[in-house]
Ligand binder design. Structure first.
Ligand SMILES: Cc1cc2nc3c(=O)[nH]c(=O)nc-3n(C[C@H](O)[C@H](O)[C@H](O)COP(=O)(O)OP(=O)(O)OC[C@H]3O[C@@H](n4cnc5c(N)ncnc54)[C@H](O)[C@@H]3O)c2cc1C
Length: 466
């Protein structure tokens, strides 16, 4: 062993969930470290070019995610690196939030520094030392060698649930046949004539997703496009999509293209990930040629960036004290131990072929994410944050979205700081105090003052605890 480190809260993984978790834990008074395997933060947002963030709002237009996530947007806006929340012209969600990923990388480090978090980049967690349901330490590897990191409480923000899995927590993956949503190699093109794209949409509305706001393009900025169905069908490319999907920005002549699709592989297996990376980059070149030849407005455009890694939508879901279900989501269910909310619909890219299954939340509302779904079974001093929390395959298809991951991360960080304060296990964190802290920190929980001391703004919660 080369060296040792000791902190109170160790946040492992520096994506949207990990950034928010570390800021929140440090603001909560805990000596906190954030460990990230890449040389920059942001997770899928930066490494895989995921863009824009969707969504801070319910379908009815109520803002249901605030807190650190909103602070990040406000700070980006002040830096002219985001226009804030704009209407989604695809018509799939109410708003989407464009942002400049290069500025976000810098801002994330600034905010962590201001909160007093130690950030350790280029460092991977390679094993976990856990006995009798308690993590004693995690082993890190980086250019300096091996580091044994000890903490009171750990937050698994690796997206894949690596820490929980290595610590022996139970998990599930994929649909009934264990198949996960496809991977996508995202890329940007610049030199796009967006006025021409818009003109084509206005002249050919039937070529686009039925909910697209084509009739409102004279007053709304074009933010997203889904369709060009006949062009796509005629080209007959070997990519299992039914149309094109792209989003505008951050530059005026730029789009982010979300069309490539690699199905049938398991992103937790290095061999499968390798195949996906190779195939994904081939698809990008194929798509670039297709756009230039066939899509009005792209004649002079070219690829300006490709993801550092392929985008991974779904891997392990760690089993927690509660498993959030598709019914909970679609019913807009309220929970007494709410720690975050989301208004994003269930959006499952078919794990085995073409198509997307979209199911929308009752009455254009939002659903609660309960504290119990971020507390894993069988490991006492661990919290889950982001894509790997305890849900079914269906519910994961909404909790995985970036703003939701940020909100969950903020809650996990605040809970970890409370676990340190009370020297207790994650499951014993006082939920009322956690909620009060989150509300004070600007988070949106759909309640005014913590469950027992406050008034619900809507609906009735489920008071049952396991
Ligand atoms: C193709 C695709 C399209 C998407 N589209 C959208 C969209 O349009 N809008 C939207 O809001 N969301 C979208 N998402 C969802 C969103 O990007 C992710 O679900 C979200 O980033 C998950 O956040 P996270 O923090 O849980 O995990 P991640 O973003 O995956 O971050 C995990 C971090 O942990 C690090 N890490 C992993 N393992 C280790 C380890 N062992 N040691 C150290 N560090 C480690 C990783 O490098 C990474 O930085 C999309 C995702 C994909 C893949």
């Amino acid at each position: 062993m080369n060296s040792q480190k000791q902190v109170e809260v160790a946040v492992l993984g520096g994506g949207p969930a990990g950034i928010a978790a570390a800021i929140s834990a440090a603001r909560g008074g805990a000596k906190t470290i954030l460990v990230e395997r890449y040389g920059f933060l942001g997770g899928m947002s930066t490494a895989a070019l995921v863009y824009p963030w969707m969504t801070f709002h319910s379908a009815a237009g109520e803002q249901v995610i605030r807190g650190i996530a909103q602070e990040i947007v406000d700070r980006l806006m002040a830096l002219q690196a985001s226009p804030g929340h704009l209407r989604d012209t695809v018509g799939f969600v109410h708003t989407l939030t464009p942002y400049n990923p290069e500025v976000y990388k810098v801002l994330a480090c600034d905010m962590l520094h201001e909160a007093g978090v130690e950030v350790l980049l280029h460092t991977s967690v390679i094993s976990v030392n856990a006995t009798e349901g308690c993590i004693k330490s995690v082993l890190l590897h980086n250019k300096s060698g091996l580091v044994e990191l000890k903490a009171h409480t750990y937050v698994d923000a690796t997206g894949d649930g690596d820490i929980a899995c290595l610590a022996g927590a139970p998990w599930e993956q994929g649909n009934d046949g264990h198949k996960v949503q496809p991977m996508t190699m995202k890329f940007r093109m610049r030199g796009v004539d967006l006025a021409k794209v818009k003109q084509y949409m206005q002249a050919n509305p039937a070529e686009f997703y039925e909910k697209s706001l084509v009739n409102e393009l004279d007053r709304l900025p074009l933010t997203g496009v889904m369709g060009f169905y006949s062009h796509w069908k005629a080209a007959n490319l070997p990519i299992e999509r039914e149309g094109l999907l792209f989003f505008t920005g951050p530059h005026e002549d730029e789009v982010l293209i979300n069309v490539s699709r690699i199905s049938g592989l398991d992103p937790t297996l290095a061999e499968d990930l390798t195949k996906a990376e190779i195939e994904g980059r081939k698809q990008v070149l194929l798509l670039e040629a297709f756009f230039r030849q066939h899509i009005p407005g792209f004649e002079q455009a070219s690829v300006s960036a490709v993801g550092t890694q392929i985008g991974v939508r779904e891997t392990r879901r760690i089993l927690g004290r509660y498993v959030l279900s598709g019914e909970d989501v679609l019913g807009g269910r309220r929970f007494d131990d709410v720690i975050a909310r989301s208004g994003y619909p269930i959006d499952i890219h078919n794990p085995e072929g073409k198509g997307v299954t979209a199911n929308f939340i009752r009455e254009g509302g939002a659903y609660d994410i309960p504290y119990r779904s971020i507390v894993p079974r069988q490991v006492d001093n661990l919290l889950l944050a982001g894509r790997c929390i305890s849900t079914t395959h269906e519910a994961q298809a909404t909790t995985r979205l970036t703003p939701s991951c940020m909100a969950i991360g903020q809650a996990a960080g605040a809970a970890a700081a409370l676990a340190v304060r009370y020297e207790c296990a994650a499951a014993d964190v006082p939920v009322l105090e956690l909620q009060q802290r989150l509300l004070k920190a600007g988070a949106e929980l759909g309640i005014r003052d913590g469950i027992d001391g406050g008034e619900r703004l809507m609906g009735r919660g489920d008071r049952k605890r396991e």
